[in-house]
Write a protein that binds this ligand. Structure first.
Ligand code: T1G
Length: 695
């Protein structure tokens, strides 16, 4: 026995308890303990075995930290087969989240009982994998093939009620997993049940697996694992035997284990958890967060207020006039109605949030009790400094004063108050009640408690909070400006905007840069370009076709025309023929001779620009770790999760090759393509961006 699994005999029942916090992951000690426990039970001559988890959950899956390392026996699929083959009655009692290999252990048990709050699933596809310990072979034998395809390819969790309906669990009982497990084992023994091996249940299906494979592959938008999992389920139906099906599942699983996407998705899994763990905040208490203020009830302010209300945080929203507060209320109620329609909140909750939890006022005195205020007013330094002066006068001592600015200098904003230590940037992404990214921008005087409170708010609002230093665009927008500029250079030099958009969506982004510009409004970036123009370096190339399009009043979807033409009632747009004329005019004016770009070069340049700027952002300390950049791009800019983020992608490509390409591009433009010093340093030292995430 190992400490991870304890063995206890109670009459005719052997009890195997997992105690491997925090989630009873099925690491090698747990697997060895389970195997030893089954063997011990059989040697003891008991009649039944109960398996359950101590602590917060039944097994939550294989130990993801073991992936990529030499596998140690007993391998999980063999352990599952060994449990199922036991001549004893094997019962699992489930609570918490029985996921992946955890559910596979339960499926190889002969009977299953769960507490009402238990949830279960096979989320391996979210890690770039598929069930690899019999999940594709046993689950369909209980639920049927169609339901199994839905659960396995989506990776979704199933609650206990649905699990009972599907036949995944046999009984739901309120109580402690040990108690309900023992009671159920006794009930089964009294009933004289026989062992019921899931793998021996018959399975047939008329599903067209090729069609299912194609459907799932298309839906995955470049992610492989869900579609490959379909082939595993197909083997359960078509293989000559259960063991042949298990063998096929293992082959497919090992193929996925070798993919870059497995590396990318597991990097994303751990980075999403590490990004909000800052060494500088170790032992630092955040301040209490019981009520929040929002200044400005426009789209952003209303979205931020909505996010707070949905997290049960009362909100005082300040606008300048009664009419503006009414407009703000309308926006917030509209957002909450969306949550109501989607079943995220009940009518009663909606009424409470809009009736009591939300207070609107034109008087800053209403902010006297809030613990944190976020301003989302017009992006003007004068306006923001005026607002912070008022906040300083009206908010209680210790209240955190935050700006939602997307690029203004938070140090300058903080200087408008007598308490710069309480000032921080909280850069939300629109729509603020939907987008998960929150950039927490640290100013020179921001205190550790203020920073900790910013991260505590992020956690409360279920955001992915990322620490950022101060620069134009912080982390995400600064990097986006770089790869968007690279796209414009390619168009000026001969690529079409539509080719670029197609290549970028083919890589896995939801939209390309030109379609995205049309969606956000070309005028927003146009204003930013005009703002930067006075300080622009003389060496910077400036594509003017963008300006020409804006000067013509074509700002994208909001005006019906931009890089694409948007017709009433039609989804998406069609290329705007006027754009080609503007590009040609720009090329003539700048003396550019257009050339063709292969799709490969388009993608490579786009990604190299992203990686190069990201390396500058990390090298300058604006982002502390490379995983911070990866999480910003995943949760704020639609970077395809299966690559893990731009810097994980670069590691997988090989930094030497990335740097070599950047240097080759620099031959024609050594200003934009100046290699990032950090990238050069890592290549010289033979290191990776991931090395910067350690320690
Ligand atoms: N392996 C190793 N560590 C894990 C882990 C796992 N499976 N799951 C969680 N952790 C760590 C996590 O990194 C964090 O560590 C701590 O536990 C708390 O997690 C053969 C191959 C279970 C729903 O995909 O979905 O089985 O940051 O912060 O929000 O077919 O963790 O404290 O150091 O997320 O309450 C399949 C993944 C694996 C489940 C709990 N299983 N985990 O959420 O806490 S592949 C999964 C989760 C597999 C077989 C295949 C969640 C959770 P730290 P947390 P939480």
């Amino acid at each position: 026995m190992t400490d991870a699994i304890t063995y206890e005999r109670i009459g005719d029942i052997a009890v195997l308890k997992a105690q491997n916090p925090p989630v009873n992951a099925l690491g090698v000690d747990v697997r060895r303990g389970l195997l030893a426990g089954i063997e011990q039970a059989e040697a003891d001559g008991v009649k039944a075995v109960l398996i359950y988890g101590d602590g917060r959950t039944y097994f939550a899956g294989a130990d993801i930290r073991e992936f990529g390392k030499t596998p140690l026996e007993p391998y999980l699929p063999d352990l599952c087969n060994r449990i199922e083959a036991s001549p004893l009655i094997v019962v699992s009692a489930m609570h918490g989240t029985a996921l992946g290999g955890g559910l596979e252990i339960a499926l190889s048990s002969h009977y299953r009982v769960a507490v009402p709050s238990a949830r279960m699933g096979l989320p391996e596809v979210n890690l770039g994998l598929m069930p690899g310990a019999g999940g594709t072979q046993r689950l369909p034998r209980l639920t049927g093939v169609e339901a199994a395809i839905g659960i396995i390819t989506s990776g979704r969790q199933v609650d206990a009620t649905e699990a009972l309906e599907l036949g995944v669990v046999d009984k739901i009982t309120e109580g402690d997993p040990r108690e309900i497990g023992l009671a159920y084992v006794k009930e089964l023994l009294d009933a004289g049940v026989v062992r019921r091996a899931t793998g021996e249940l018959p399975l047939a299906s008329g599903v067209d697996f090729d069609a299912e494979y194609d459907r799932v592959l298309k839906k995955g938008r470049g992610q492989l694992s869900p579609a490959v999992a379909v082939r595993g389920i197909q083997a359960a139906v078509e293989a000559d035997s259960f063991l042949a099906g298990m063998k096929r599942e293992r082959e497919l699983f090992m193929e996925l284990m070798e993919t870059d996407q497995r590396q990318g998705l597991i990097h994303a899994f751990f980075s999403e958890r590490a990004v909000s763990k800052l060494p500088e905040l170790k032992g630092v208490e955040s301040r209490a967060l019981n009520a929040m203020g929002v200044i400005g009830g426009g789209t952003m302010g209303a979205g931020i207020a909505t996010a707070a209300l949905l997290a049960n945080l009362p909100v005082v929203l300040i606008e300048m006039t009664g009419e503006a507060t009414a407009m703000a209320r309308g926006r917030i109620e509209g957002n909450l109605e969306g949550a109501l329609k989607r079943g995220k909140i009940s009518q009663e909750k909606y009424d409470h949030l809009t009736g009591e939890a939300l207070v609107l006022s034109t008087d800053y005195a209403a902010l006297s009790d809030v613990d944190l205020v976020v301003e989302a007013v017009f992006e003007s330094m004068d306006v923001k400094r005026d607002v912070f002066g008022k906040l300083d006068a009206h908010c209680k001592p210790g209240a955190v004063l935050a700006s939602n600015t997307s690029y203004l200098d938070v140090d300058e904003i903080a200087a408008a108050t007598s308490r710069p230590q309480d000032v921080v940037g909280l850069h939300f992404f629109s729509p603020a009640h939907i987008m998960k990214l929150l950039e927490v921008v640290v100013a020179k005087e921001t205190s550790p408690e203020t920073l900790a409170t910013g991260f505590a708010l992020g956690k409360l609002l279920k955001k992915v909070a990322v620490r950022s230093g101060i620069c134009d665009g912080f982390i995400g927008n600064r990097i986006m400006n770089a790869y968007r500029r690279a796209a414009e250079y390619m168009v000026l030099d001969g690529a079409s905007p539509y080719q670029v958009d197609k290549v970028v969506t083919g890589f896995g982004f939801p939209m390309g840069p030109f379609a995205m510009g049309d969606l956000a409004g070309l005028d927003i970036n146009w204003a930013a370009r005009k703002r930067r123009a006075p300080t622009r370096d003389a060496r910077e190339r400036v594509p003017m076709f963008y300006e020409m399009l804006c000067e013509g009043g074509d700002f994208g979807q909001k005006t019906g025309k931009g890089f694409y033409i948007y017709e009433e009632g039609k989804r998406g747009g069609v290329p705007n023929p006027a754009v080609a004329e503007l590009i040609a005019k720009d090329q003539a004016q700048q003396g550019v001779t257009a050339r063709d770009f292969s799709d490969e070069e388009v993608l490579r340049r786009y990604m190299c620009a992203m990686v190069n700027e990201a390396a500058k952002v990390v090298g300058e300390g604006i982002a502390q770790r490379s995983l911070d950049v990866d999480m910003v791009m995943l949760f704020g800019y639609g970077f395809p999760r299966f690559f893990g983020g731009p810097l994980k992608w670069a590691d997988i490509q090989g930094l030497e090759a990335v740097l070599a390409d950047i240097k080759s591009y620099a031959r024609a433009d050594d200003f934009f393509w100046a290699p990032a010093p950090l990238l050069e340093q890592l290549v010289a030292e033979g290191k990776s961006f991931d090395d910067l995430n350690k320690g």
